[in-house]
Design a protein around this ligand. Sequence first.
Ligand code: ADP
Length: 188
Amino acid sequence: MGRRLLFLGPPGAGKGTQATRLAKALGIPHISTGDMLRQNVADGTDLGKQAEAIMHAGDLVPDDLVLAMVQDRLGKDDAACGYILDGFPRNVSQAESLSAMNQLAGIDQVLLLEVDTEELVQRLLSRAKDQGRADDNEESIRNRLDVYRDETSPLVDWYPTNGVSVASVQGSGSMDDVTARLVLALAT
Ligand code: ADP
């Protein structure tokens, strides 16, 4: 039985960076719905066309579109022995759908990356300067933080209620420090 991990945490917490590192170390795929959607936008697919404006505003892409994309990805051979999900599920309805597709909610352990709101905004604004991501403008950032608080953060309670443990890890400090904390959280 492989590991099925979920990264939870607000935008800017470093989920993408840390999930990439951990996936490499564990030899399982990193499945980021944000990356997959951005790829669809870049490729000009139907899904990308439907998602682009919604992502730009920092709102959630409709559940049915995201679910079809995730279902397809989880059906690939490399996901048979585990995966790290990043960006999905993003609300209780998505978590229920994943759970209906799988045993034990489709997740064995949740890793919650925690960072202060002030630091998050600073990180996201500086990422906007460095990488030019279309949704890293101040209005979208504030909206994504609100969406996280209202829609995604209830999953921090939903998972334990559904038999899946949540390990909280402090996401501030150097990237290596955070990775070390995550590895420790996995071992326990
Ligand atoms: P961040 O968490 O840093 O804001 P992500 O790369 O995870 O960025 O997601 C970027 C955008 O992609 C989200 O703001 C949302 O519009 C869309 N998105 C990603 N995952 C989902 C999902 N599971 N459900 C709905 N929309 C999603």
